[in-house]
Design a binder for this molecule. Sequence first.
Ligand SMILES: *Cc1c(COP(=O)(O)O)cnc(C)c1O
Length: 464
Amino acid sequence: MDRSALPSVDRLLNTAALRRAQERHGRARVTDAVRAHLARLRADVDGAAPSELDVLASAIESALEAAARPSLRKVINLTGTVLHTNLGRAVLPQAAILALTAAAASPCNVEFDLDRGERGERDAHAEDLVRALTGAQAALVVNNNAAAVLLMLNTIAQRREVVVSRGELVEIGGQFRIPDIMARAGCRLREVGTTNRTHAHDYRDAITVRTGLLLKVHTSNYEVRGFTSSVNVEDVARIAHAHDRTMAVDLGSGTLLDMREWGLPYEPTVRATLDAGADLVTFSGDKLLGGPQCGIVAGRADLVERMRRNPLKRALRVDKLTLAALAEVLRLHLDPERLSQTLPTLRMLARTREQIAPVARRLADALAARLAPPYVVDVVECRSQIGSGALPVDVLPSVAVRIVSTASRRQRDRDVTRLHVLLRGLDVPILGRIEGHALLLDCRCLEDVDDALAALEGFTRAIP
Ligand SMILES: *Cc1c(COP(=O)(O)O)cnc(C)c1O
């Protein structure tokens, strides 16, 4: 390429586009971007003739805008999975957002006892609420439920054996496998029973002087059907206590309330699990609880106290933002009558087909107006999932916008995938799911249709 044909850095910096860019991104970054762009053009020996000054400037401005866009962005979740781990699980209630924003903006008494004027306990901001809601003697909070399980195992059963049913050696997405966590916690796994059947005597026979803990893991993301048998919490706890051992349950989802109240399938509550005799229960803050990412351990005061003193607790503790949000989410649970309004997770889970259908119809109209043949848009009934491993076999009746292509067999799946890619490329990406030969946009989590309509604003240009 003819080097002399390229404009100088100064001339580019003086264009309207790049002066605007300097206002936004600062002179240094824009100058760097201009130099890098010119260097690329010079290196591109077979490149086309150099563009005009303004075209060049606006290309550099676009590149700067793209680079300045945050990596973590809002998306519209029309996948049909309410608690989608890859999409950040629970959406926080307004009260929690306000509380965490306030905690972020100023110093706060996260570890300071204002009554006594001395160092306080970080978890105190949530502990009384957990106790009130579960009947537990004590509770602590760590970074997530995996951390809660790790801390519990390491504190209670390091260098000792942990008895677990073979049918409960679960893997939760994202590398959380009970046997691996157990090894890292310094415990030895003592599997009992078979994949499909475990009996009370299996637990009893496994207890030796080396036994530190009997653990039950809620098999939240799968179900063993057919010729099966497992021992309930009450019986495992009784066996553990008869041998002077500790019994713990990893509940996973951990709901504080009976979800049947809202027409949802039953999940064991933390209170019911403690009442059944578990000494400790671990559960997530951002699954059915509908709060920030964290893990909660609730149970016997002496055991929780030992966990608090474990140096690992310091490495796994939560920050003030999490605590502020968690406390508000727990407070909302004290008023269960209004919870299906105040807690977004429950609000979305409890939405009926009748409530979702009008939203789906409006979204379908907007899409139909923007899509030309071979695309065909209609509204169909579908089923959404709770997600995050909760209640895998139960699916919620929902309504979706369905988009198919009437092109040839060979082409139709490509059309549908292409459309999904385009929706994902929007400034506010819209994420659906491909089912069969169709793109489904499940409207269960779309509470405000205007949100999606606004995201579709720039869409006409994106269509071939
Ligand atoms: C989800 C889950 C975990 C992991 O919880 P995180 O909060 O994702 O760390 C552990 N155990 C069970 C049974 C689960 O369902």
